[in-house]
Design a protein around this ligand. Structure first.
Ligand code: CP
Length: 308
């Protein structure tokens, strides 16, 4: 029987191509399940999962919770804002207290890079990284690649440009790892101040001219400026950023070919993309969200099969 090469999902960097194909094939099955009139299966009936979020989230938190419920897992939710973390409790103490209630898996979002890795070494549960600072967001990258595969038939050989704040983006790093593993060609595009200096070492190319980048690509993954992680100003004004790196409908319509527009959300409408681009027929933004549930069901199911 096929199984993942890992016991935790800490980052795409720990996966191989076979893992990704297995996750996609499993997600295909679950996507069919969640489109039935009875959307629930008993696969994780004896598994308890804690979603612990130390950072804000809409899509990831709801998508994991729905995925867990569709698989019939027992689910508990923890948000740091309403917890005893405010009274000084450490991450390990918090998680060990949750685990003593007989929890099997922990889905964690945390502002500090490596929080999931740290937990995986210090607590007895399968850990799923739901975003750790500016490090990785593996489930987002998997659902992004899955959505490209669904839209264009395959990821291999496709030209994908990631546009925006690459420096502070966990989505960018996880996408680069995932796309390269699957044989896509990847470029990054943004202000030089928001591109990591040695990014080409990851096998990607840099293009600072947005029109050129868009004319080259099959898919543009538009990222927002991670304002919550900016300590200084990385570009003169938002208006100038929009002029150079924002995609509007006139620009989209003037390209040599029809490209696919993606965005992990949340969108800052009118900054990285205008509303008419976000809501255009070329946008697959809501397909990404839909696919997120099937991808997360697949990951939880495959990881749970290793702890049973
Ligand atoms: N894409 C994403 O991670 O969105 P949330 O922050 O709303 O979970």
């Amino acid at each position: 029987m096929s199984e993942l090469s890992v016991k935790h999902l800490l980052g795409i960097k720990y996966l191989n191509e076979k893992d990704i194909q297995l996750i996609f094939e499993t997600a295909d099955h679950f996507k069919e399940v969640i489109n039935r009139s009875i959307k629930k299966v008993p696969s994780l009936r004896d598994i308890t999962i804690a979603n612990i979020f130390f950072e804000n989230s809409t899509r990831t938190k709801l998508s994991f919770e729905l995925a867990e419920k569709r698989l019939s897992a027992d689910v508990i939710n923890f948000s740091s804002g309403q917890s005893s973390v405010k009274k000084g409790e450490t991450l390990i103490d918090t998680v060990n207290n949750i685990l003593s209630m007989k929890v099997d898996m922990v889905v964690i979002r945390h502002p500090n890079p490596g929080a999931g890795i740290f937990l995986s070494k210090n607590v007895k549960a399968a850990i799923v990284n739901a975003g750790d600072g500016a490090h990785e967001h593996p489930t987002q990258a998997l659902l992004d690649s899955y959505s490209i595969r669904e839209e264009l038939g395959d990821v291999r050989g496709k030209n994908v440009v990631i546009v925006g704040d690459i420096l502070h983006s966990r989505v960018a790093l996880s996408n680069i790892f995932a796309l390269k593993l699957q044989g896509a060609h990847v470029k990054v595009c943004g202000p030089k101040t928001l591109l990591p200096r040695y990014i080409e070492a990851l096998g990607v190319k840099v293009e600072t001219n947005l029109r050129k980048a868009l004319n080259w690509c099959d898919v543009a993954n538009m990222l927002r400026i991670q304002s919550e992680r900016l300590d200084i100003s990385y570009f003169p004004t938002t208006r100038e950023y929009i002029q150079q790196f924002g995609v509007n409908k006139a620009l989209l319509d003037s390209l040599d070919k029809e490209i696919v527009i993606m965005h992990p959300g949340p969108i800052n409408r009118g900054v990285e993309i205008t509303s008419d681009v976000a809501d255009s027929k070329q946008s697959i933004i809501l397909n990404q969200v839909e696919n997120g549930v099937a991808i997360r069901m697949a990951i939880l199911y495959l990881l749970a099969s290793k702890i049973k």
